[in-house]
Design a protein. Structure first.
Length: 432
């Protein structure tokens, strides 16, 4: 029986893949393999939802599917009632800095805060308002003021860094709601997002003495995770991609400071001191294992992240902090193209534009034309496949066999594609 795919989900997947980027929604429609890896991450998500903590590195070569995997885990976390924050690291966003780069990363995480009802981000105000609505209900039932209830509920946060001022900011937002003061609400959200650059500005706007600065972003994330649980969510799940940018830092002291922050996050997770907070970090093998620039150059991290020595040959261990993604097989890639065909037809098998043998012929043609590059850089191949489907859809009666022979995926004499492919492409690198 056909299960229809909503046009919104269908278009989100097809348009993203055609443009060579990873879909933000509808990932489950084209997911192949990775079953045991997903099970391991779901266990992490459940642990966070139960008030625990988790920490994982997702390691894979350029194109092994890290970004796609992270987006899939992000969607699962939201379904389990976690609030999810995601950001990519770059030269201006890192875990530790003294010039505002760490605060910039935190601000990006807060801007991208997402919930099940607001999966595209921008959910911070909604989370705060949900907490305030709950406080108002309790205040009415107990014949107390809303601010009294808010202070009482947030009292447990005062033991954390910035905890007192955090309560003041939430109370200020509540006053803004009651008084219809949009400026006060905006200032409160700015503080929560880490957008105040100076304490003077924050004090003038909200009467608080601290701000979220470079030195306090991790403490603020722990504070925010506790607040999410008080607001009725299961916790906070933080997804950080492009960790290779730390490996690329030229200054050794800057790298080590960032690695020290990672060590602190890992230790808190392993010791269970971060309540309702999970981290998943995507990076390349070089970022992890390079002994002079990577994570392994920091001995305390190397000892904690070392691979299980018993996991050799075909034996695997998905319980450690490092989860390595292998490249998809030819069979997996065949299934992927089949799922793309299914999504293109909006889930209606009677509308398939290509029969099964056509997918095999398409893969064989591409492999013969550009050789191993077909498996290393299949973003171009996937785009060509969707272009093929588009031509067949808009030109009824066209013979797919004649079209496959005309597919232009240029290659040089050495068998390497001369199509420019971003090495960060997360759907590339399927090996034969």
């Amino acid at each position: 029986m056909n299960v229809a795919i909503r046009p919104k989900d269908r278009d989100a997947v097809i348009q993203s893949l055609r443009a060579g980027v990873v879909p933000r929604t509808g990932q489950h429609l084209i997911q192949v393999a990775r079953g045991r890896e997903i099970e391991a991450m779901v266990a992490d998500i459940d642990r966070v939802a139960d008030g625990g903590s988790s920490f994982r590195f997702i390691i894979g070569e350029y194109g092994a599917g890290k970004t796609f995997f992270l987006n899939l885990i992000r969607a699962i976390a939201m379904e389990r009632k976690l609030v999810v924050a995601n950001a990519d690291l770059n030269p201006d966003r890192r875990l530790h800095a003294s010039g505002g780069q760490a605060r910039s990363l935190y601000a990006e995480l807060m801007r991208n805060l997402a919930t099940r009802t607001k999966p595209e981000g921008g959910a911070l105000s909604g989370v705060v308002e949900k907490f305030i609505a709950s406080a108002k209900s309790e205040a009415k039932a107990q014949s107390l003021s809303t601010e009294q209830v808010i202070r009482s509920k947030l009292e447990q946060l005062t033991e954390l860094v910035n905890g007192y001022d955090f309560a003041d900011v939430i109370a200020a937002y509540c006053r803004g709601v009651d008084e219809g003061n949009e400026q006060l609400k905006s200032d409160a959200v700015r503080w929560l997002r880490g957008e105040f650059a100076t304490r003077t500005d924050a004090r003038a706007a909200l009467g608080v003495r601290t701000i979220v600065d470079d030195a306090s972003i991790y403490d603020q994330l722990k504070l925010m995770a506790r607040f999410m649980r008080l607001a009725g969510y299961a916790g906070l799940f933080v997804c950080l991609d492009e960790m290779v940018n730390l490996y690329k830092l030229a200054n050794a002291q800057a790298r080590n400071s960032n690695y020290e922050q990672i060590l602190r996050m890992l230790n808190d997770s392993l010791q269970g001191t971060a309540v309702g907070l999970g981290f998943v970090l995507g990076g390349t093998p070089e970022f992890l294992m390079h002994t002079s620039r990577g994570i392994y150059s920091y001995s305390a991290l190397q000892s904690r992240l070392a691979q299980n020595t018993f996991a050799t040959n075909e034996l695997v261990d998905f319980s450690g902090p490092v989860l390595s993604l292998s490249s998809l097989t030819v069979e997996d890639f065949y299934l992927l193209l089949g799922k793309i065909r299914h999504v293109y037809a909006a889930g209606d098998t009677t509308r398939y534009l290509l029969p099964d043998p056509a997918i095999a012929s398409f893969m064989e043609h591409c492999a013969n034309r550009i050789g191993d590059s077909f498996f290393r850089t299949p973003r171009t191949t996937i785009t060509s496949f969707i272009n093929l489907l588009a031509i067949l859809e808009q030109n009824p009666g066209t013979d797919w066999k004649s079209l496959i022979g005309e597919i232009r995926v240029e290659a040089d004499e050495g068998g390497k594609s001369d199509v420019t492919v971003d090495p960060e492409d997360e759907l590339a690198s399927f090996k034969l």
